[in-house]
Design a protein around this ligand. Structure first.
Ligand SMILES: C[S@@+](CC[C@H](N)C(=O)[O-])C[C@H]1O[C@@H](n2cnc3c(N)ncnc32)[C@H](O)[C@@H]1O
Length: 389
């Protein structure tokens, strides 16, 4: 092997061992027609240990894979022999570049570090956040961070949202005192943004061993999420294709349902209550059932005369009754703003925590629910129908 390449690989190995690698990029295609344009390599700390994360940039797609350090360094060597002419390493204390010239000669150039500021900056920012950027593969795969583990400008709202969600949940998770092997279910998990974040928080920050399932009826999303979970090394996170209503689940200790449409939120709460989940967390979305069921014939008629006000009223009634039904079933319930309106209009969160001795009088709660329904001419809330069935 050429001396300069040897020296390059030794230096690289050393900075990886010292955990000082920020980024390595392989560029300058050897074969112009090749579909592989560039490879970006970063060091990541995942469950199985410190690894090298390769992002292979093709014309139309990115392929991400983790390698153990030795295997990764060998692969870099091989890629320099067969695919690329240049390598640029950014590390904490120095940068260096390798150039393979057309005549076969090799140059190694040492440079001053340029990414120190950005490393310390991202560390500081991360300290304030419960969801870390560096090395978090799912954030990259979901398009929240770029190849350098920085939040992409257009995804900063999403990153804020997932952090606020974890910040809100953290005290509840603390209160229910989770032990090993508890089951978390995310109903209507969609693209999995919040599912991944919660799993990451539970497994990597709290060092717990949750078994987590995302239930989603869109098969394409289920497949994508399962593949991201695998790439991230999230062994106990699994996505299943099915409905909130019917998917078979062993047990539910924590139930999450964020922005599950209309009565899907009721189906989720229903399953949480029936499974005697310790924690039920939902952020409802579209409240059509109560809106249609409302038939106001008293002095409140004016409130429901205007479409938008009727819609808001329906939202308030739907979620109030949901919260009261949770109380009726032994849950201490809170309703609050999930995230500020500028990030998403779907911003109410209902959290029910199962309590042993609920001081609330059940008969009293039932009477109060009935009087709200009577006032608005509502025959039944869908959650009541489910619980009566
Ligand atoms: C608005 S998205 C929210 C996704 C995710 N929970 C979030 O907050 O980012 C709602 C998701 O729930 C799924 N969904 C709605 N009703 C469902 C049902 N009854 N069973 C399974 N999935 C459902 C939809 O396919 C969609 O992906």
């Amino acid at each position: 092997m050429n001396n300069q390449i040897n020296l390059f690989l030794e230096k690289l190995q050393l900075i990886i061992e010292k955990k000082e690698l920020i980024k390595l990029s392989l560029t300058g295609k050897r074969v112009k027609s090749s579909d592989l344009k560039k490879v970006i390599i970063t060091a990541v700390e995942i469950k199985k240990g410190y690894c090298l994360n390769f992002v292979n940039r093709h014309d139309t797609k990115d392929i991400t894979k983790n390698y153990e350090i030795q295997e990764g360094v060998q692969l870099i060597n091989q890629l320099l022999e067969t695919d690329f002419l240049n390598a640029e390493v950014f590390s904490k204390n120095e940068n260096f570049q390798l150039f393979i010239l057309p005549n076969g000669k090799v140059r190694l150039k040492m440079l001053q570090p340029t990414m120190m500021a950005s490393v310390s900056l991202s560390h500081n920012r991360e300290k304030e956040r419960l969801i870390q950027l560096q090395g978090n593969i799912y954030l990259q795969e979901l398009g929240i961070t770029n190849a350098g583990w920085e939040v992409r400008r257009e995804m900063s709202d999403k990153y804020t949202q997932i952090n606020q969600y974890i910040e809100l949940l953290a005290p509840y998770l603390d209160e229910i005192q989770l032990t090993d092997n508890f089951d978390v279910v995310d109903m209507g998990s969609g693209k999995g943004y919040l599912t991944f974040a919660l799993y990451d928080f539970l497994a990597n920050k709290l060092k717990l061993t949750p078994k987590m399932t995302g239930v989603e009826y869109r098969e394409d999303l289920v497949n994508i999420c399962n593949s991201i979970a695998e790439k991230s090394g999230f062994e106990n996170l699994n996505f299943v294709q099915g409905t909130i209503e019917k998917t078979k689940l062993d047990k539910i200790d924590i139930l999450i349902a964020l922005h599950a449409c209309d009565t899907a939120t009721d189906e989720a709460i229903f399953r949480g209550i029936k499974s005697e989940a310790d924690l039920i967390v939902c952020a409802p979305c579209c409240h059509k059932q109560i809106r249609k069921a409302m038939n106001v014939t008293n002095e409140l008629n004016n409130i429901t005369r205007f479409g938008i006000l009727k819609e808001r009223q329906a939202e308030i009634i739907t979620d109030t009754i949901r919260a009261m039904i949770l109380e009726l079933n032994g849950y201490k319930t809170n309703v609050f703003q999930f995230i500020s309106l500028e990030h998403t209009p779907k911003n109410v969160m209902i959290v029910g925590k199962k309590v042993k001795n609920n001081s609330k009088n059940k008969e009293q709660i039932k009477t109060e629910i009935d009087s709200i329904k009577k006032l608005y001419g509502i025959e039944k809330h869908y959650l009541e129908t489910l619980l009566e069935m």
